[in-house]
Design a protein around this ligand. Structure first.
Ligand code: PSV
Ligand code: MN
Length: 431
Protein backbone atom coordinates (compact mmCIF):
# COMPACT_ATOMS: atom_id res chain seq x y z
CA UNK A 1 0.00 0.00 0.00
CA UNK A 2 1.48 3.31 -1.08
CA UNK A 3 1.19 6.18 1.36
CA UNK A 4 0.15 9.32 -0.47
CA UNK A 5 1.64 12.44 1.06
CA UNK A 6 -0.83 14.84 -0.51
CA UNK A 7 -4.40 14.04 0.50
CA UNK A 8 -5.88 12.15 -2.47
CA UNK A 9 -9.23 13.89 -1.94
CA UNK A 10 -7.48 17.20 -2.62
CA UNK A 11 -5.97 15.85 -5.84
CA UNK A 12 -9.37 14.53 -6.91
CA UNK A 13 -10.96 17.89 -6.19
CA UNK A 14 -8.33 19.60 -8.32
CA UNK A 15 -8.84 17.11 -11.14
CA UNK A 16 -12.60 17.50 -10.98
CA UNK A 17 -12.23 21.24 -11.50
CA UNK A 18 -10.15 20.74 -14.67
CA UNK A 19 -11.51 17.52 -16.14
CA UNK A 20 -14.09 19.01 -18.54
CA UNK A 21 -11.63 21.44 -20.08
CA UNK A 22 -9.02 18.72 -20.41
CA UNK A 23 -11.46 16.37 -22.12
CA UNK A 24 -12.40 19.06 -24.63
CA UNK A 25 -8.73 19.82 -25.40
CA UNK A 26 -7.93 16.11 -25.60
CA UNK A 27 -10.79 15.47 -28.02
CA UNK A 28 -9.77 18.40 -30.21
CA UNK A 29 -6.16 17.20 -30.32
CA UNK A 30 -7.34 13.63 -30.96
CA UNK A 31 -9.33 14.84 -33.99
CA UNK A 32 -6.37 16.78 -35.35
CA UNK A 33 -3.99 13.84 -34.87
CA UNK A 34 -6.37 11.34 -36.43
CA UNK A 35 -6.40 13.47 -39.60
CA UNK A 36 -2.61 12.90 -39.58
CA UNK A 37 -3.15 9.17 -39.13
CA UNK A 38 -2.07 9.21 -35.50
CA UNK A 39 -4.04 7.50 -32.73
CA UNK A 40 -4.08 9.72 -29.65
CA UNK A 41 -4.79 6.76 -27.38
CA UNK A 42 -1.58 5.04 -28.51
CA UNK A 43 0.37 8.23 -27.77
CA UNK A 44 -1.19 8.54 -24.32
CA UNK A 45 -0.23 4.94 -23.60
CA UNK A 46 3.33 5.80 -24.75
CA UNK A 47 3.37 8.83 -22.45
CA UNK A 48 2.43 6.56 -19.55
CA UNK A 49 5.54 4.42 -20.10
CA UNK A 50 7.82 7.40 -19.45
CA UNK A 51 9.82 7.67 -16.24
CA UNK A 52 12.68 9.90 -15.15
CA UNK A 53 14.64 9.63 -11.89
CA UNK A 54 14.81 12.49 -9.39
CA UNK A 55 18.11 13.71 -7.97
CA UNK A 56 17.88 13.66 -4.18
CA UNK A 57 19.98 16.84 -4.15
CA UNK A 58 17.49 18.63 -6.39
CA UNK A 59 14.73 18.92 -3.79
CA UNK A 60 16.70 21.45 -1.76
CA UNK A 61 17.45 24.95 -2.98
CA UNK A 62 20.68 25.07 -4.92
CA UNK A 63 23.00 27.97 -5.33
CA UNK A 64 26.10 29.26 -6.96
CA UNK A 65 29.56 29.63 -5.52
CA UNK A 66 28.53 33.15 -4.51
CA UNK A 67 25.51 32.35 -2.38
CA UNK A 68 22.60 30.12 -1.63
CA UNK A 69 19.21 31.50 -0.66
CA UNK A 70 17.41 28.63 1.08
CA UNK A 71 13.65 28.33 0.81
CA UNK A 72 11.18 27.46 3.52
CA UNK A 73 10.59 23.90 4.64
CA UNK A 74 13.56 22.44 2.83
CA UNK A 75 14.30 18.78 3.49
CA UNK A 76 16.96 18.39 6.16
CA UNK A 77 17.89 14.78 5.66
CA UNK A 78 17.44 11.95 3.23
CA UNK A 79 14.09 10.81 4.65
CA UNK A 80 12.63 14.29 4.13
CA UNK A 81 14.11 14.37 0.63
CA UNK A 82 12.23 11.14 -0.11
CA UNK A 83 8.99 12.71 1.12
CA UNK A 84 9.41 15.58 -1.35
CA UNK A 85 10.26 13.13 -4.14
CA UNK A 86 7.09 11.20 -3.31
CA UNK A 87 5.03 14.38 -3.72
CA UNK A 88 6.56 14.95 -7.15
CA UNK A 89 5.77 11.39 -8.21
CA UNK A 90 2.29 11.44 -6.72
CA UNK A 91 1.33 14.46 -8.81
CA UNK A 92 3.27 13.77 -12.04
CA UNK A 93 3.30 9.95 -12.09
CA UNK A 94 6.53 10.26 -14.05
CA UNK A 95 9.22 10.07 -11.37
CA UNK A 96 9.07 6.69 -9.58
CA UNK A 97 12.80 6.52 -8.76
CA UNK A 98 15.31 8.57 -6.79
CA UNK A 99 19.03 8.86 -7.37
CA UNK A 100 20.99 9.20 -4.13
CA UNK A 101 24.34 10.91 -3.68
CA UNK A 102 26.83 9.62 -1.10
CA UNK A 103 27.94 10.67 1.41
CA UNK A 104 25.31 13.48 1.31
CA UNK A 105 22.51 10.91 1.61
CA UNK A 106 24.26 8.20 3.60
CA UNK A 107 21.44 6.55 5.60
CA UNK A 108 22.04 5.41 9.15
CA UNK A 109 19.81 2.42 8.39
CA UNK A 110 19.77 1.56 4.65
CA UNK A 111 17.12 -1.13 5.08
CA UNK A 112 14.79 1.31 6.83
CA UNK A 113 15.36 3.84 4.03
CA UNK A 114 14.45 1.22 1.46
CA UNK A 115 11.28 0.46 3.39
CA UNK A 116 10.40 4.14 3.56
CA UNK A 117 10.88 4.45 -0.21
CA UNK A 118 8.77 1.37 -0.75
CA UNK A 119 5.94 2.69 1.39
CA UNK A 120 6.01 5.93 -0.64
CA UNK A 121 5.86 4.02 -3.94
CA UNK A 122 9.46 4.90 -4.80
CA UNK A 123 12.59 2.92 -5.55
CA UNK A 124 16.22 3.81 -6.11
CA UNK A 125 17.91 4.56 -9.39
CA UNK A 126 21.70 4.75 -9.83
CA UNK A 127 23.68 5.88 -6.80
CA UNK A 128 26.26 8.67 -7.22
CA UNK A 129 29.67 8.80 -5.62
CA UNK A 130 31.24 12.04 -4.46
CA UNK A 131 34.99 12.44 -4.63
CA UNK A 132 34.79 16.10 -5.63
CA UNK A 133 34.64 17.33 -2.02
CA UNK A 134 36.53 16.46 1.11
CA UNK A 135 34.41 15.02 3.89
CA UNK A 136 34.99 15.66 7.59
CA UNK A 137 37.62 13.33 9.00
CA UNK A 138 38.75 12.11 5.59
CA UNK A 139 42.38 10.93 5.63
CA UNK A 140 43.47 12.19 2.20
CA UNK A 141 42.37 15.37 0.44
CA UNK A 142 40.94 15.52 -3.07
CA UNK A 143 42.30 19.01 -3.62
CA UNK A 144 44.58 17.69 -6.37
CA UNK A 145 42.28 15.00 -7.67
CA UNK A 146 40.61 11.78 -6.62
CA UNK A 147 40.59 8.82 -9.04
CA UNK A 148 43.39 10.53 -10.96
CA UNK A 149 45.35 12.01 -8.05
CA UNK A 150 49.13 11.81 -8.00
CA UNK A 151 48.80 10.47 -4.47
CA UNK A 152 48.21 6.74 -4.51
CA UNK A 153 46.60 6.95 -1.07
CA UNK A 154 44.04 9.51 -2.32
CA UNK A 155 43.30 7.33 -5.34
CA UNK A 156 42.80 4.25 -3.19
CA UNK A 157 40.52 6.20 -0.86
CA UNK A 158 38.43 7.36 -3.84
CA UNK A 159 38.16 3.81 -5.20
CA UNK A 160 37.16 2.53 -1.76
CA UNK A 161 34.44 5.21 -1.52
CA UNK A 162 32.98 4.12 -4.87
CA UNK A 163 32.99 0.49 -3.75
CA UNK A 164 31.25 1.55 -0.56
CA UNK A 165 28.59 3.29 -2.69
CA UNK A 166 28.05 0.03 -4.59
CA UNK A 167 27.61 -1.85 -1.31
CA UNK A 168 25.09 0.69 -0.03
CA UNK A 169 23.32 0.69 -3.37
CA UNK A 170 22.96 -3.10 -3.24
CA UNK A 171 21.08 -2.84 0.04
CA UNK A 172 18.86 -0.14 -1.42
CA UNK A 173 18.05 -2.05 -4.61
CA UNK A 174 19.98 0.20 -7.00
CA UNK A 175 21.43 -1.26 -10.17
CA UNK A 176 23.95 1.37 -11.15
CA UNK A 177 26.77 3.63 -10.03
CA UNK A 178 27.30 7.04 -11.61
CA UNK A 179 30.85 8.29 -11.40
CA UNK A 180 31.63 11.92 -12.04
CA UNK A 181 34.99 13.28 -10.98
CA UNK A 182 35.91 16.94 -10.96
CA UNK A 183 39.55 15.98 -11.45
CA UNK A 184 41.51 18.18 -13.82
CA UNK A 185 44.01 21.01 -13.98
CA UNK A 186 43.86 24.78 -13.79
CA UNK A 187 47.16 25.43 -15.52
CA UNK A 188 48.82 24.13 -18.67
CA UNK A 189 51.60 21.86 -17.53
CA UNK A 190 49.95 21.14 -14.16
CA UNK A 191 49.06 17.64 -15.36
CA UNK A 192 50.70 15.17 -17.59
CA UNK A 193 47.57 14.86 -19.74
CA UNK A 194 48.14 11.25 -20.66
CA UNK A 195 49.33 10.26 -17.19
CA UNK A 196 46.19 11.54 -15.46
CA UNK A 197 43.94 9.50 -17.75
CA UNK A 198 46.11 6.44 -17.18
CA UNK A 199 45.62 6.85 -13.44
CA UNK A 200 41.86 7.31 -13.98
CA UNK A 201 41.61 4.07 -15.94
CA UNK A 202 43.62 2.21 -13.35
CA UNK A 203 41.35 3.45 -10.52
CA UNK A 204 38.18 2.90 -12.55
CA UNK A 205 39.20 -0.72 -13.13
CA UNK A 206 39.24 -1.19 -9.36
CA UNK A 207 35.66 0.11 -9.13
CA UNK A 208 34.49 -1.87 -12.14
CA UNK A 209 35.81 -5.08 -10.60
CA UNK A 210 33.44 -4.58 -7.64
CA UNK A 211 30.31 -4.11 -9.81
CA UNK A 212 27.71 -6.87 -9.48
CA UNK A 213 26.88 -8.63 -12.76
CA UNK A 214 23.51 -6.90 -13.12
CA UNK A 215 24.86 -3.39 -12.47
CA UNK A 216 26.08 -0.68 -14.82
CA UNK A 217 28.76 1.89 -14.20
CA UNK A 218 27.86 5.23 -15.76
CA UNK A 219 30.80 7.44 -16.68
CA UNK A 220 29.77 11.10 -16.70
CA UNK A 221 31.91 13.53 -18.67
CA UNK A 222 32.09 17.27 -18.13
CA UNK A 223 33.91 19.89 -20.16
CA UNK A 224 35.03 22.14 -17.32
CA UNK A 225 34.45 23.15 -13.72
CA UNK A 226 35.87 22.94 -11.15
CA UNK A 227 39.00 22.41 -13.27
CA UNK A 228 39.16 25.33 -15.68
CA UNK A 229 42.09 24.42 -17.94
CA UNK A 230 41.34 20.76 -18.55
CA UNK A 231 39.16 18.07 -17.09
CA UNK A 232 40.30 14.44 -17.17
CA UNK A 233 36.97 13.06 -18.45
CA UNK A 234 36.08 16.14 -20.48
CA UNK A 235 34.11 14.80 -23.41
CA UNK A 236 32.19 11.91 -24.85
CA UNK A 237 35.24 10.64 -26.70
CA UNK A 238 37.21 10.17 -23.50
CA UNK A 239 34.15 8.77 -21.76
CA UNK A 240 33.66 6.33 -24.64
CA UNK A 241 37.31 5.24 -24.57
CA UNK A 242 37.07 4.68 -20.81
CA UNK A 243 33.84 2.69 -21.14
CA UNK A 244 35.37 0.57 -23.92
CA UNK A 245 38.47 -0.06 -21.86
CA UNK A 246 36.49 -1.10 -18.78
CA UNK A 247 34.01 -3.51 -20.37
CA UNK A 248 30.35 -4.15 -21.16
CA UNK A 249 29.02 -2.96 -17.82
CA UNK A 250 30.57 0.50 -18.31
CA UNK A 251 28.49 3.03 -20.23
CA UNK A 252 28.60 6.75 -20.94
CA UNK A 253 26.28 9.21 -19.23
CA UNK A 254 25.39 12.45 -20.99
CA UNK A 255 24.63 15.41 -18.74
CA UNK A 256 23.16 17.98 -21.10
CA UNK A 257 24.93 20.86 -19.35
CA UNK A 258 28.42 19.41 -19.62
CA UNK A 259 29.27 20.60 -23.12
CA UNK A 260 30.49 23.76 -24.78
CA UNK A 261 27.65 26.05 -25.90
CA UNK A 262 26.37 25.08 -29.36
CA UNK A 263 27.70 21.52 -29.14
CA UNK A 264 25.52 19.18 -31.18
CA UNK A 265 24.44 16.99 -28.27
CA UNK A 266 21.94 14.96 -30.29
CA UNK A 267 24.82 13.82 -32.49
CA UNK A 268 26.75 12.65 -29.43
CA UNK A 269 23.63 10.73 -28.45
CA UNK A 270 23.44 9.12 -31.89
CA UNK A 271 27.11 8.14 -31.83
CA UNK A 272 27.04 6.63 -28.36
CA UNK A 273 23.83 4.74 -29.11
CA UNK A 274 25.27 3.39 -32.39
CA UNK A 275 28.21 1.86 -30.57
CA UNK A 276 26.21 0.49 -27.64
CA UNK A 277 27.68 2.81 -25.04
CA UNK A 278 24.86 5.25 -24.28
CA UNK A 279 23.99 4.48 -20.67
CA UNK A 280 21.90 7.41 -19.57
CA UNK A 281 21.27 11.10 -19.09
CA UNK A 282 21.27 13.89 -16.61
CA UNK A 283 18.69 16.31 -17.97
CA UNK A 284 18.87 20.05 -17.41
CA UNK A 285 19.23 23.14 -19.57
CA UNK A 286 21.79 25.87 -19.93
CA UNK A 287 22.49 29.16 -21.65
CA UNK A 288 26.18 29.73 -20.98
CA UNK A 289 27.79 26.72 -19.36
CA UNK A 290 26.83 24.11 -16.81
CA UNK A 291 24.00 26.31 -15.59
CA UNK A 292 21.84 23.44 -14.29
CA UNK A 293 18.67 25.29 -15.33
CA UNK A 294 15.29 23.56 -15.54
CA UNK A 295 14.99 21.02 -18.36
CA UNK A 296 13.46 22.52 -21.46
CA UNK A 297 13.49 26.06 -20.06
CA UNK A 298 16.03 27.46 -22.54
CA UNK A 299 16.19 25.16 -25.56
CA UNK A 300 13.27 22.74 -25.72
CA UNK A 301 14.07 22.04 -29.38
CA UNK A 302 17.43 20.57 -28.39
CA UNK A 303 15.68 18.33 -25.88
CA UNK A 304 13.30 17.21 -28.60
CA UNK A 305 16.20 16.47 -30.97
CA UNK A 306 17.85 14.34 -28.28
CA UNK A 307 14.63 12.35 -27.92
CA UNK A 308 14.34 12.13 -31.67
CA UNK A 309 17.66 10.25 -31.69
CA UNK A 310 16.50 8.09 -28.79
CA UNK A 311 13.30 7.20 -30.65
CA UNK A 312 15.41 6.22 -33.67
CA UNK A 313 17.71 4.10 -31.49
CA UNK A 314 14.71 2.37 -29.89
CA UNK A 315 13.29 1.49 -33.30
CA UNK A 316 16.58 -0.18 -34.16
CA UNK A 317 16.81 -2.03 -30.85
CA UNK A 318 13.67 -2.39 -28.74
CA UNK A 319 15.73 -3.42 -25.70
CA UNK A 320 17.57 -0.06 -25.67
CA UNK A 321 16.72 1.59 -22.34
CA UNK A 322 19.03 4.38 -21.23
CA UNK A 323 18.60 5.67 -17.69
CA UNK A 324 16.87 9.06 -17.49
CA UNK A 325 17.55 11.40 -14.60
CA UNK A 326 17.14 15.09 -13.86
CA UNK A 327 20.18 16.95 -12.56
CA UNK A 328 19.33 20.56 -11.91
CA UNK A 329 19.93 23.32 -9.41
CA UNK A 330 16.91 25.33 -8.35
CA UNK A 331 18.01 28.69 -7.08
CA UNK A 332 14.94 30.91 -7.42
CA UNK A 333 11.99 28.50 -7.56
CA UNK A 334 10.39 25.99 -5.25
CA UNK A 335 12.45 22.87 -6.11
CA UNK A 336 9.36 20.64 -6.06
CA UNK A 337 7.67 22.84 -8.65
CA UNK A 338 10.78 22.95 -10.82
CA UNK A 339 11.24 19.19 -10.70
CA UNK A 340 7.58 18.53 -11.52
CA UNK A 341 7.67 20.95 -14.46
CA UNK A 342 10.97 19.55 -15.67
CA UNK A 343 9.80 15.94 -15.54
CA UNK A 344 6.82 17.02 -17.66
CA UNK A 345 9.08 18.87 -20.12
CA UNK A 346 11.26 15.79 -20.62
CA UNK A 347 8.14 13.64 -21.00
CA UNK A 348 6.85 16.17 -23.56
CA UNK A 349 9.99 15.77 -25.67
CA UNK A 350 9.63 11.99 -25.41
CA UNK A 351 6.04 12.12 -26.69
CA UNK A 352 6.80 14.68 -29.40
CA UNK A 353 9.61 12.43 -30.67
CA UNK A 354 7.11 9.56 -30.85
CA UNK A 355 4.99 11.79 -33.10
CA UNK A 356 7.63 12.13 -35.82
CA UNK A 357 6.44 10.56 -39.05
CA UNK A 358 9.55 8.40 -39.54
CA UNK A 359 8.50 6.96 -42.86
CA UNK A 360 7.96 10.41 -44.34
CA UNK A 361 11.24 11.60 -42.81
CA UNK A 362 13.15 8.67 -44.33
CA UNK A 363 11.62 9.42 -47.73
CA UNK A 364 12.56 13.10 -47.52
CA UNK A 365 16.08 12.14 -46.51
CA UNK A 366 16.35 9.69 -49.37
CA UNK A 367 15.22 12.37 -51.80
CA UNK A 368 17.74 14.85 -50.36
CA UNK A 369 14.83 17.13 -49.50
CA UNK A 370 16.47 19.05 -46.71
CA UNK A 371 13.60 21.48 -46.22
CA UNK A 372 10.89 18.87 -45.86
CA UNK A 373 13.13 16.70 -43.65
CA UNK A 374 13.47 19.61 -41.25
CA UNK A 375 9.73 20.33 -41.50
CA UNK A 376 8.93 16.71 -40.60
CA UNK A 377 10.72 17.23 -37.31
CA UNK A 378 9.26 20.69 -36.75
CA UNK A 379 5.75 19.36 -37.33
CA UNK A 380 6.13 16.98 -34.40
CA UNK A 381 7.91 19.55 -32.24
CA UNK A 382 5.25 22.20 -32.86
CA UNK A 383 2.40 19.91 -31.83
CA UNK A 384 1.18 20.85 -28.37
CA UNK A 385 0.90 17.47 -26.67
CA UNK A 386 -0.03 18.97 -23.26
CA UNK A 387 -3.50 17.33 -23.23
CA UNK A 388 -1.86 13.93 -23.78
CA UNK A 389 0.51 14.47 -20.87
CA UNK A 390 -2.29 15.67 -18.61
CA UNK A 391 -4.51 12.73 -19.58
CA UNK A 392 -1.66 10.29 -18.95
CA UNK A 393 -1.25 11.75 -15.46
CA UNK A 394 -4.96 11.74 -14.74
CA UNK A 395 -5.35 8.11 -15.78
CA UNK A 396 -2.38 7.13 -13.64
CA UNK A 397 -3.83 8.85 -10.57
CA UNK A 398 -1.77 12.05 -10.80
CA UNK A 399 -2.81 15.67 -11.15
CA UNK A 400 -3.99 17.34 -14.35
CA UNK A 401 -1.92 20.42 -13.43
CA UNK A 402 0.74 19.28 -10.93
CA UNK A 403 1.91 22.77 -9.93
CA UNK A 404 -1.63 24.04 -9.34
CA UNK A 405 -2.53 20.94 -7.31
CA UNK A 406 0.68 21.27 -5.30
CA UNK A 407 0.07 24.93 -4.50
CA UNK A 408 -3.53 24.20 -3.52
CA UNK A 409 -2.36 21.45 -1.16
CA UNK A 410 -0.34 23.87 1.00
CA UNK A 411 2.46 21.28 1.24
CA UNK A 412 5.28 23.82 1.36
CA UNK A 413 3.64 25.89 4.11
CA UNK A 414 3.10 22.75 6.19
CA UNK A 415 6.70 21.64 5.56
CA UNK A 416 7.94 25.05 6.73
CA UNK A 417 6.27 24.44 10.09
CA UNK A 418 7.36 20.79 10.34
CA UNK A 419 10.93 21.43 9.23
CA UNK A 420 12.52 24.39 10.98
CA UNK A 421 16.11 24.95 9.81
CA UNK A 422 18.55 22.58 11.50
CA UNK A 423 22.26 23.32 11.88
CA UNK A 424 24.45 20.95 9.85
CA UNK A 425 21.49 19.49 7.96
CA UNK A 426 22.35 17.74 4.73
CA UNK A 427 21.44 20.34 2.17
CA UNK A 428 21.70 20.04 -1.52
CA UNK A 429 22.94 21.76 -4.61
CA UNK A 430 26.54 22.72 -4.83
CA UNK A 431 27.35 26.14 -3.48
C1 PSV B 1 28.54 17.62 -11.81
O1 PSV B 1 28.37 18.93 -12.28
C2 PSV B 1 27.21 16.89 -11.74
O2 PSV B 1 26.53 17.02 -12.96
C3 PSV B 1 27.39 15.44 -11.38
O3 PSV B 1 26.35 14.65 -11.89
C4 PSV B 1 27.29 15.49 -9.89
O4 PSV B 1 27.03 14.26 -9.28
C5 PSV B 1 26.17 16.48 -9.70
O5 PSV B 1 26.40 17.44 -10.74
C6 PSV B 1 26.20 17.10 -8.36
O6 PSV B 1 25.31 18.19 -8.26
MN1 MN C 1 25.21 15.45 -13.70
Amino acid sequence: MTTNIIDTAQVEQHNASQRTTLQADYDALGGMLSRRGVDIEALTATAQTFAVALPSWGVGTGGTRFARFPGKGEPRDVTEKLEDCAVIHQLTRATPTVSLHFPWDRPSDPKALRQQADSLGLSFDAVNSNTFQDQPGQAHSYKYGSLTAQSQAAREQAVAHNIDCIELGKTLGSKGLTVWVGDGANFPGQHNLRGSLERYLDSAKGIYAALPDDWLMYIEHKLFEPAFYCTVIADWGTSFAAAQTLGDKAKCLVDLGHHAPNTNIEMIVARLAQFGKLGGFHFNDSKYGDDDLDSGSIDPFQLFLVFNELADATLRDASFRPAYMLDQSHNVTDPIESLMSSAVEVQRAFVQAALVDRKALANFQEANDALQSAQALKKAFRTDVSPILAMARLRAGGAIDPVAAYRASGYREKAAVKRPPKAGASGSGIV
